[in-house]
Every structure is written in C-alpha cells, then in structure tokens.
Design a protein. Structure first.
Length: 579
C-alpha cells in the first residue's frame, strides 16, 4: 500500500511576520523621535527660541546672558512694586523683598528654552520656536510666612459690637466692626501667585459680623435712648405732693445690654432714686425716719426712741417711671405710693447699746483768757450731748467745724514752726486734748491724735491732741457694743483765777478698769535764747525738749488683758526776748 503525503502550512508563520513588521515600525518611530529629540538638544544653543517671551517681555533670539539682563531690567518695576494686602477694611503694603519674593531671571530664561537640556519640555520649546512663559519666582518661605503673620496680627480680632451709652444727656453710638481671621497659608500662596502680575491681593480670611451693628445701635438710640431723656418725668406721690425725676437721673440710671441681637435698656433703681433725691427733698412733704439714740437729760442718760418715716422706694419709683420713658410732653407723668421707712438704728438696738455710767473723764485748766473762754465754749457747745453709736468714729474737725470768725471763733495763740502766733481758733487744741484724754481713759479706739511739737506742763506728756482744720484731726472710734454720749462743760475764767473744760464719756463698762499711769520723761534738751526787734514781738518762755513714754492697760478680772504703748519726742522751745 502506497502512503500519500500531503504538504500543510504552519499556522504560526503569518503571525510571526506581522509581529516583525510591527516591531520594525515601532523601532523606526523611536529612531525618528530619538533623532528629533537629539536634533532638538543639538539645536538648542545659548540663545532663546525665536518666539520666546517671559512675563510679556520678548527675549527670542537673545543670548542667555542678554535675555537675563533684559528680564531683570524690564521686570524690575514689577519685581519691586509693593503689593497691597487687604482683609476687610484693613490694608497694608507688603514689600516683596521683605516678604521673600524675588524674580529668578536666570531660571525664567532657561524655562523659556535658552541653553541645552534633556528636559522634554525644554526640547519642545526649542523645536516649536518658543512661546510666552510666566516668570519664575524665587520664594523665601520663612520670610513670606513672617510677612503674612505680621499682617494677620494687625487684622485678626473678635467682632466688636457697636456701643451705645449716655454722655451726660447726649446719646453716643460707637461703630461696630466685624471679626476677622486670616488664613495664613492660603494668603501666603495668594501673595506668591500675585507677585509680578498684580499689585493687590485680597487675603484669605473668614469674617464674622458683630451681634449688634452700628445701624442696629442707632435704631435703639433713636427709638429708646433719645426719647428717655427728652425731659423730666413728673411723679405724683399723693398727699405728700409731687416731684420730678430729671433726665440726668434717667441717663445715669440707664445702661444698654446686648440681648437677642440688639441693645436693651436696663435700669438701676437705686441710681434713679439717688438722682431724684434733691427734688424729693425739696418738693415732698414727708417725715424722715429718725434713729434711736441716747442723750443726757437732767444729768442722766435717757433713751430717745426711733421714729419711722415715709419714703419713695427705689423699685416703686422705677416701676412707675419706666412705662412713660418713651412718651413726651404731658404724657411723661407717673404715680407712686410712699412706703414706710424704718430707721437705721432702732429702739431695740439702742436699748441693747444702753448708756448707764461715766466710763472716762478728764479736765484741763487755763489761765484767764477771753479767747479761750470763747473758743473752748464753742467746742463745748458743739460736743456736748454728742451721740456716738457702736462702730462710729468721732471727728473733731467734722463736729466742731472750721474755726473761723464767721463760725464764732476768736483769735488766739497757736503753734507754728515752734513759735506761738495768733490765729483764729487758738486754744481749740485744748478742747481736743481734753476730749482725747477722756476717750483714752474710757478705752475707746485711738484712730488719730497728734501731740504738740512743744511741751506744755498743764497736759500729760504725749497725751495732747493738736488739731488744725483740713490737716490735723482728733478721731476716736466707739469700738464697744454700747453707745457713747459725750458731756462737755466749760467753766469761764472770767472773774476767776482760771477756767476749765471737763469732758465725760458716758457709756457702759466693757473693762473692769482702764489704767492710764503718768507718762515718764527722759532725754531732756534745751532750746536757744533769741532776741527780737520785731514790732509784734511777744516774750516766749523756754520749754524743754524731751521724750515721753506712756500707755494704757485694759484690766479684766484683775489681770491686764492688753496694753497700748506710745512714745513721743518734743522739740525744745526757744526763749524769745523782745528788745
């Protein structure tokens, strides 16, 4: 049997041919592109492509060096021009150099296609003849961030409400301002992008409007604040009469607070009443409350009971006045009922602060002198039966007043600069000294006393109390739970060898005994002998200088509980002889 052989074609042979063709084609393209790329590289020389420009400045055909110089020259005004940075209503000029922004002319020329580079974009610039390019900016990020930070610190802030207040009777509105927060990173990016292309940049910032704008505050001023002080409010208080609440009182009692996005008037009732008190006192027929107190009658302490009074209550006044503040003319009227007012120091409190006996007493004497009779008589008259409640402080200057001829005081001797001279009120310090020693013996708190600069034998050393209206005072405090009544008795020197002043402190004993031994004296000194030709010269006897030490001891159950100690040094008094 003969075998028949049939020739067949391999199915892979055509595929192999097609792959070879594709491979050859790709290789050809690569070779062509590579050639073009190589040609572009080789064509690139020291000159910029013919159509190249940077920032609108043509540099085509210029050598690299000339192109750089051209850019630096032509772009210089833009490169150094300040950039105005704005956020809301705040603007600030930023100097590019200080903000770390500068033109990089060399890099700009290179990006435009001058010089050789394997960068495909560079090759493309060469092959296509160049194109318009933006300048390359050199950024010092640290300096840029610092410049933006300085601006942000100036701008950043919370929103500020408009203000609304009275200045006297004038209504003043202060303008509001929004709150601003600068986004520093985005603002720095915006500055860098704007450099060389723009001289103004809006900062990236978030703005928060205030709760109360200027317009809203002006509306409240027009509708509320201005009508409220348009005139006085007439207030009828029934049988007691009527009085006015002046616009000044309304303004002083009003403040404006932010509530629900606007200003609302808030009123201080006590200030409204205080501003109306002059009118109330002058126009209303009402009885003031009277405190309870103790006084001496027939030489015995007697309780004077407290009395209630009638008053206008602060809250009642505000309730009556507030509804008519928006009205005008005769419609600005209101009615208020008087309320009963309790005294500050009641009868019950006075009974607890009972006055039962003399707890301190002192007497001083003086040679016949009409001015002392007059001036010490004025002191005694003003001080006698003076009531000092627990916790209160006695002031000689307040109680006796200024020592002037108009107030009934005569001219007498006072110490000035170590010399005795005549002045209205001379001798009043003897009254203060007598008062001080009586209060000292009673154990009352020594608040202020000033011994003389010169020593006088008629007083206990260190225990005088010189006074001078407006500068030197005698003050002592009733630091006990009981009331104090001061009794003062001046006996005239007329027709006698000497006059006297006696002060007694009436109260109730707190201590078993107050010991006030005689002061001790030491360190004596002497003054000078001065001869004077002055026409008004008067002889002055010498007085010794010395140091006095004294104390008072507080005794309870036979034991000393506490002690107050004092030291005072006197200047020597010169002898003045008239020639």
């Amino acid at each position: 049997m003969t075998e028949k052989t049939t020739a067949t074609t391999s199915p892979n042979r055509p595929r192999r041919s097609r792959g070879l063709v594709v491979g050859v084609a790709v290789a050809t393209v690569v070779l062509v592109l590579g050639g073009i790329y190589l040609a572009g590289y080789l064509l690139a020389g020291d000159r910029a492509p013919r159509n190249a420009s940077v920032g609108g400045v043509p540099i085509g055909g210029l050598s690299r060096e000339d192109a750089v110089a051209t850019l630096e020259r032509e772009l210089a005004p833009r490169a150094t021009a300040p950039i105005t940075l704005t956020a809301g209503e705040v603007s600030s000029e930023v100097e590019p150099a200080e903000a770390g922004l500068a033109l990089d002319a060399a890099a700009s020329v290179e990006e435009a296609g001058a010089g050789r580079s394997w960068d495909p974009l560079h090759i493309w610039q060469v092959l296509t003849g160049g194109s318009a390019r933006e300048p390359v900016v050199r950024v010092d990020q640290g300096a840029l961030d610092a410049a933006v930070a300085d601006f942000a610190e100036e701008v950043d802030g919370e929103p500020r409400n408009a203000t609304l207040a009275y200045d006297g009777l004038e209504v003043e509105v202060g303008e509001s301002s929004p709150g601003v927060t600068v986004d520093r990173d985005l603002t720095a990016e915006a500055l860098a992008e704007a450099y060389l292309s723009s001289t103004s940049v809006e900062a990236a910032a978030s703005v928060v409007e205030p709760e109360v704008t200027t317009e809203e505050a002006e509306q409240v001023a027009e509708e509320v604040a201005e009508p409220a002080v348009d005139g006085p409010v007439r207030v009828d208080a029934g049988e007691a009469g009527s009085f006015e609440v002046p616009p000044e009182a309304i303004a002083a009692a009003t403040r404006f607070e932010v509530a629900e996005g606007t200003y609302v008037a808030r009123y201080d009732a006590e200030k409204l009443l205080a501003g109306s008190e002059d009118s109330i006192e002058a126009e209303l027929d009402v009885d003031e409350p009277k405190d309870a107190y103790w006084r001496l009658e027939g030489g015995e302490p007697t309780l004077v009971e407290a009395e209630k009074g009638a008053t206008v209550a602060a809250e009642d006044l505000l309730t009556a006045v507030q509804p008519v503040l928006a009205k005008s003319g005769r419609e600005r009227s209101a009615e208020v009922e008087l309320t009963e007012e309790e005294p500050e120091f009641t009868t019950a409190e006075a009974e607890e602060a009972k006055v039962t006996e003399v707890v301190g007493e002192f007497t001083t004497y003086y040679p016949p002198a009409e001015y002392r009779d007059i001036n010490l008589g004025q002191v005694a008259e003003r001080v006698d039966n003076y009531w000092l409640a627990p916790g209160e402080t006695f002031s000689m200057n307040d109680v006796v007043g200024e020592r002037t001829p108009e107030n009934g005081f005569a001219e007498g001797y006072v110490i000035q600069g170590g010399t005795l001279v005549k002045e209205s009120g001379g001798g009043v310090s003897q009254g203060a000294t007598t008062l001080f020693n009586a209060a000292f013996a009673a154990g009352l708190e020594d608040v202020e006393h000033h011994p003389h600069t010169l020593y006088f034998e008629r007083y206990p050393a260190g225990r005088e109390a010189t006074v001078y209206y407006g500068s030197l005072d005698l003050r002592f405090k009733n630091n006990t739970p009981y009331g104090v009544v001061i009794q003062a008795d001046r006996r005239s020197s007329a027709g006698r060898d000497q006059g006297s002043l006696t002060v007694k402190i009436w109260s109730t004993k707190v201590w078993d005994e107050i010991r006030t031994p005689e002061p001790t004296k030491s360190d004596f000194t002497s003054g000078r002998r001065i001869e004077s030709d002055a026409p008004d010269c008067e002889y002055q006897a010498p007085t010794p200088g010395l140091t006095a030490r004294y104390h008072r001891a507080f005794i309870r159950d036979g034991k000393e509980v506490k002690r107050d100690s004092y030291t005072w040094t006197y200047d020597p008094g010169d002898e003045i002889v008239c020639r």
